[in-house]
Design a binder for this molecule. Structure first.
Ligand SMILES: O=C(CO)[C@@H](O)[C@H](O)COP(=O)(O)O
Length: 232
């Protein structure tokens, strides 16, 4: 299907999503979550079986809306008016798998942020030892299985792990963090937060034995942060 076959309303939603996803990519280097072309952000096109993701291996300062690739939920690039040679991210199949199996997810992010990725390298979850971890992640941040890049193995590992957790972040073994959210902004926020808490916990580990937050307190903190914190 060519992009011009969609109604004007859907084309508008695709365009807004492209603009948003392009802009959000700038948050990854700005928050020191990626180097060079590592990492990726995607977002569902609201109400459609489509999502927008960055092209593979393109420098962050070149990621303008017109270069954002539009894919169906099988991870196939549609005829989206980008050049034929502009391939979607190498993690497209993983993002597509998440969208197919987690209907509540509207955004997915992957980074190689150094502290979170260090936990991936040693395959250790980030324990819930800070109120910030309870707030955002609702418990420990889990480790997912080792999975090869390119097919839906990573997606299966993300979904398997996150289905049994409140965490919007999973540390894929020997790879790095993948985060999800109701939209791409929420997934980017989770990517920023996972790096921040990974750094603090790594420092804490060098000072002594970390102390877990009690499970009742974790529930209270999570409930408050998810439902009361901020502006309504
Ligand atoms: O983890 C990997 C590859 O090792 C990727 O996530 C890269 O970090 C970004 O790839 P593209 O999105 O540019 O294809």
């Amino acid at each position: 299907m060519h992009i011009s076959d969609f109604s004007a309303d859907i084309r508008d939603r695709i365009q807004w999503t492209r603009e948003k996803v392009a802009k959000l990519h700038a948050e990854l280097p700005a928050n020191q979550l990626v180097v060079w072309t590592a990492g990726n952000v995607s977002e569902r096109v609201e109400g459609e079986d489509l999502f927008v993701i960055k092209p593979s291996g393109v420098r962050y300062d070149e990621l303008e809306p017109g270069k954002m690739v539009v894919c169906d939920l099988d991870g196939n690039k549609i005829d989206d008016d980008t050049s034929k040679g502009l391939n979607p991210s190498s993690d497209t199949a993983a993002h597509a798998y998440v969208y197919r199996h987690m209907s509540e997810v509207g955004g997915v992010v992957h980074t190689h942020s150094p502290y979170a990725t260090a936990f991936s390298a040693v395959r250790k979850p980030i324990p819930c030892v800070l109120t910030m971890i309870a707030d955002e992640f609702g418990g420990e941040i889990p480790v997912g299985p080792f999975a090869i890049i390119g097919d839906d193995s990573i997606g299966r590992g993300i979904v398997e792990t996150l289905k049994s957790s409140r965490s919007p972040a999973v540390l894929m073994a020997n790879h790095g963090p993948f985060t999800v959210g109701q939209d791409a902004t929420a997934a980017v926020k989770a990517a920023v937060m996972v790096e921040e808490v990974a750094k603090t916990v790594a420092i804490a580990n060098s000072l002594g034995e970390v102390v877990p937050v009690e499970s009742e307190a974790i529930d209270n903190l999570w409930e408050r942060y998810q439902n009361v914190y901020g502006q309504n």
